[in-house]
Write a protein that binds this ligand. Structure first.
Ligand SMILES: Nc1ncnc2c1ncn2[C@@H]1O[C@H](COP(=O)(O)OP(=O)(O)OP(=O)(O)O)[C@@H](O)[C@H]1O
Ligand SMILES: [Mg+2]
Length: 349
């Protein structure tokens, strides 16, 4: 018993002993750590009721003692104590039929670093979303510059070269060189077109997300002889998604289709697009190996998840070994300014 007393006296965390007397929780004893942290002396509290000592205490602290004493088992609660200006965790143990010991653990530092970590995570997600949108805008700007400026110049140059070629007689010493220039200009124009296409797929702008995903599936899955189909629910005319949302979903679907080709060994892929009044869901489902226990943690799925979370959506992976994998991306139809960031201050825009 003496040993327990020494432990009670020396332990760094506050401990209080209570009993219940006719519905009142009465202090039996407190240790020196309790006196130090709660700024109360032992003599001031012993024999007093809990609410006499702490008249403004949040109900959770007395509730945990009562719960421990009535149910005769360990009870636990965590929260901010305004009385001592700390974030405390209380663990109450029944030690005799009508007696409980409560140890109070100071979690203030942990809570602060948890909050800071959460805030940092929100900022990083916001940054990821902003980067995705900026990247798309930059791609579109480069694509339209390539189309309007370089494309126009190249077509004019080709016309001039063809005119020169048509005016040269067949014996001219520069005829071959002009023809080479015509061929190379035609190649540059074709290269320029495919670059523009890569940077900003025109079908996405002209025809919308569904046909763009069809074209994507054709380009990515057919070379590997993977059968595919698109299943759509909800009308694209009725539930209109923002351009940026469509582009982001398109890029992410691309990564998921590449994953299906790279990792799943599937013979069939379904692309399911489901539009509802506020949200759009794009799911890529394959009939391949599913996620293996040995699967490495890549960057692709992580980055899709983070970017979607920042946009107010999410990524769900449903997978069973040997039964394929379904990646479901959910996203709001509209991108609302200022809603990208979930923290207190929008540090980005
Ligand atoms: N459709 C799928 N079928 C089976 N396993 C998958 C599938 N998609 C992803 N995986 C597994 O999950 C892992 C993580 O995928 P993720 O896209 O994050 O990374 P990665 O494709 O390996 O690399 P990265 O995308 O960064 O180039 C993959 O390495 C793979 O093992
Ligand atoms: Mg990947």
């Amino acid at each position: 018993m003496k040993l327990y007393r020494i432990l009670f006296e020396k332990v760094f965390d506050p401990i209080a002993l209570y009993k219940v007397d006719e519905d009142r929780i009465i202090f039996l004893d407190v240790n020196p750590a309790y006196e130090r942290v709660m700024k109360l002396s032992r003599d001031d509290v012993i024999g007093k009721a809990f609410y006499e000592v702490w008249p403004n205490a949040e109900p959770r602290w007395s509730r945990v003692i009562r719960e421990c004493l009535t149910q005769k088992k360990t009870a636990h609660c965590i929260g901010e104590s305004l009385d001592v200006n700390s974030y405390l965790e209380a663990i109450a143990f029944p030690i005799q039929p009508d007696m409980a010991a409560v140890i109070f653990l100071d979690r203030t530092k942990l809570k602060r670093s948890d909050n800071a970590l959460r805030q940092r995570q929100n900022q990083l997600r916001a940054l990821a979303a902003k980067l995705t949108i900026t990247e798309e805008e930059t791609r579109r700007n480069i694509a339209s510059d390539l189309h309007d400026r370089l494309g126009y110049e190249l077509v004019s140059q080709l016309r001039v070269l063809r005119e020169i070629a048509s005016e040269l007689d067949s014996e001219s010493s520069i005829k071959d060189s002009i023809q080479k220039l015509i061929n190379s200009t035609e190649n540059i124009i074709a290269e320029n077109r495919s670059l523009i296409f890569e940077l900003s797929p025109p079908v996405l702008k002209e025809a919308g997300l569904n046909p763009a995903l069809e074209e994507l599936a054709k380009n990515i899955l057919e070379p590997d002889k993977i059968q595919w189909q698109i299943i759509t629910k909800g009308s694209a005319e009725e539930f209109i998604a923002d351009d940026s949302i469509c582009v982001i979903l398109y890029r992410m679907a691309r990564e998921l289709l590449i994953n299906a080709v790279k990792h799943s060994g599937a013979s069939k892929v379904n692309i399911i697009i489901n539009r509802k009044p506020e949200i759009i869901t794009v799911a890529i489902e394959d009939n391949g190996t599913g996620m293996l226990k040995t699967s490495s943690k890549g960057f692709g799925l992580f980055s899709i998840q983070e970017r979607l979370l920042a946009l107010g959506g999410n990524l769900k992976i449903i997978s069973e070994q040997g039964k394929g994998l379904m990646a479901v991306m959910t996203c709001p139809l509209k991108l609302k300014d200022g809603e990208i960031f979930h923290g207190n201050k929008n540090i980005i825009s």
